[in-house]
Design a binder for this molecule. Structure first.
Ligand SMILES: [Zn+2]
Ligand SMILES: [Zn+2]
Length: 146
């Protein structure tokens, strides 16, 4: 009886508590990991190269559809001997937590302990509140995160 009353009270209190203390929930990995690619084309000879000075030309691409187009075109071009792609990943920190979601401590005032958690999605920053010890991760952990 008392247990169920306590649970009812907790349920009623939860939404208010969350709205009061937590800022926006952490975004999912896919929305904050941004990818770009360096494409290196190796031309068969200097006379084939657009620059005429080096047999390699390099470009930076940040759009996946454009990357596909470039690689497809280069793969069919007899003047090009090799196509090499290198991926760069950058984590957009614009929505990183600015305060503790449990006690409301602001990270600008009390620096949290912070470390990097390696993950197949790209990785996560872990923030441990210096005031209450609560952890939060950015971006949030998905079901596919080990
Ligand atoms: Zn805290
Ligand atoms: Zn992950």
């Amino acid at each position: 009886m008392s247990a169920s009353l306590a649970r009812k009270a907790a349920d009623a209190g939860a939404p208010w508590g969350l709205a009061e203390f937590s800022p926006a929930p952490a975004p999912c990995p896919a929305s904050v990991w941004q990818y770009s690619w360096t494409v290196t084309l190796t031309w068969r000879g200097l006379e084939d190269s657009p620059s005429g000075a080096a047999t390699e030309s390099r470009m930076l691409v940040d759009d996946l559809a454009e990357l596909h187009r470039i690689v497809e075109r280069a793969s069919c071009d007899p003047r090009i001997a090799d196509v090499h792609c290198e991926r760069h990943a950058a984590l957009d920190m614009a929505m990183a937590p600015t305060g503790c979601h449990v006690c409301g401590e602001r990270f600008a005032v009390t620096r949290p302990r912070q470390w990097w958690r390696v993950c197949s999605c790209g990785g996560h920053w872990v923030y441990a509140c210096a005031a209450c010890g609560a952890d939060q991760v950015y971006p949030r952990l998905e079901k596919s995160c080990p």
